[in-house]
Design a protein around this ligand. Structure first.
Ligand SMILES: [Zn+2]
Length: 78
Protein backbone atom coordinates (compact mmCIF):
# COMPACT_ATOMS: atom_id res chain seq x y z
CA UNK A 1 0.00 0.00 0.00
CA UNK A 2 1.31 3.40 -0.95
CA UNK A 3 1.00 5.92 1.83
CA UNK A 4 -0.06 9.44 1.06
CA UNK A 5 -0.43 12.34 3.44
CA UNK A 6 -4.20 12.07 3.01
CA UNK A 7 -4.38 8.39 3.85
CA UNK A 8 -2.16 8.93 6.88
CA UNK A 9 -4.24 11.74 8.31
CA UNK A 10 -7.62 10.13 7.66
CA UNK A 11 -6.88 6.60 8.84
CA UNK A 12 -4.72 7.21 11.89
CA UNK A 13 -5.30 8.88 15.20
CA UNK A 14 -2.91 11.33 16.84
CA UNK A 15 -0.07 9.48 18.50
CA UNK A 16 -0.43 6.44 16.26
CA UNK A 17 2.76 4.88 15.02
CA UNK A 18 3.04 5.06 11.25
CA UNK A 19 4.50 2.43 8.96
CA UNK A 20 8.08 3.34 8.18
CA UNK A 21 8.34 5.83 5.34
CA UNK A 22 11.40 5.91 3.13
CA UNK A 23 14.69 4.36 4.11
CA UNK A 24 14.90 5.52 7.72
CA UNK A 25 14.65 2.86 10.40
CA UNK A 26 13.42 5.36 12.94
CA UNK A 27 9.78 4.96 13.88
CA UNK A 28 7.44 7.73 12.76
CA UNK A 29 4.62 9.06 14.94
CA UNK A 30 1.74 11.27 13.89
CA UNK A 31 1.07 14.52 15.75
CA UNK A 32 -1.12 16.84 13.70
CA UNK A 33 -0.51 20.56 14.00
CA UNK A 34 -3.17 22.70 15.64
CA UNK A 35 -5.90 23.89 13.29
CA UNK A 36 -8.40 26.72 13.39
CA UNK A 37 -11.75 25.26 14.56
CA UNK A 38 -13.63 27.73 12.33
CA UNK A 39 -11.93 27.38 8.95
CA UNK A 40 -9.51 24.49 9.41
CA UNK A 41 -6.51 26.68 8.59
CA UNK A 42 -3.08 25.82 9.98
CA UNK A 43 -1.67 29.37 9.89
CA UNK A 44 -2.13 30.55 13.45
CA UNK A 45 -0.63 33.56 15.19
CA UNK A 46 0.25 32.89 18.81
CA UNK A 47 -0.06 36.14 20.74
CA UNK A 48 0.28 34.85 24.28
CA UNK A 49 1.42 31.61 25.87
CA UNK A 50 1.92 29.82 29.15
CA UNK A 51 4.90 27.56 28.53
CA UNK A 52 4.27 25.36 31.55
CA UNK A 53 1.10 25.29 33.61
CA UNK A 54 2.80 23.26 36.33
CA UNK A 55 1.89 19.85 34.92
CA UNK A 56 4.04 20.13 31.79
CA UNK A 57 1.16 21.24 29.57
CA UNK A 58 1.24 24.51 27.68
CA UNK A 59 -1.51 26.92 26.77
CA UNK A 60 -1.50 29.18 23.70
CA UNK A 61 -3.76 32.08 22.90
CA UNK A 62 -3.94 32.17 19.12
CA UNK A 63 -5.63 34.04 16.33
CA UNK A 64 -6.30 32.52 12.92
CA UNK A 65 -4.00 34.12 10.33
CA UNK A 66 -6.72 33.98 7.69
CA UNK A 67 -8.01 37.57 7.43
CA UNK A 68 -11.53 36.46 6.51
CA UNK A 69 -11.72 34.20 9.57
CA UNK A 70 -9.51 35.73 12.27
CA UNK A 71 -11.05 33.47 14.93
CA UNK A 72 -9.49 33.70 18.37
CA UNK A 73 -9.19 30.66 20.58
CA UNK A 74 -6.89 28.85 23.01
CA UNK A 75 -4.83 25.73 22.30
CA UNK A 76 -3.94 23.35 25.12
CA UNK A 77 -0.82 21.28 24.44
CA UNK A 78 -0.76 18.30 26.77
ZN1 LIG B 1 -9.72 30.34 10.81
Amino acid sequence: MKLTTESITTELKPGDRLPNLGASRLPVYLYPRPRCPECGGTRLNKYRSLADQGDGSALWWVKCADDDCAAKFKVLLE
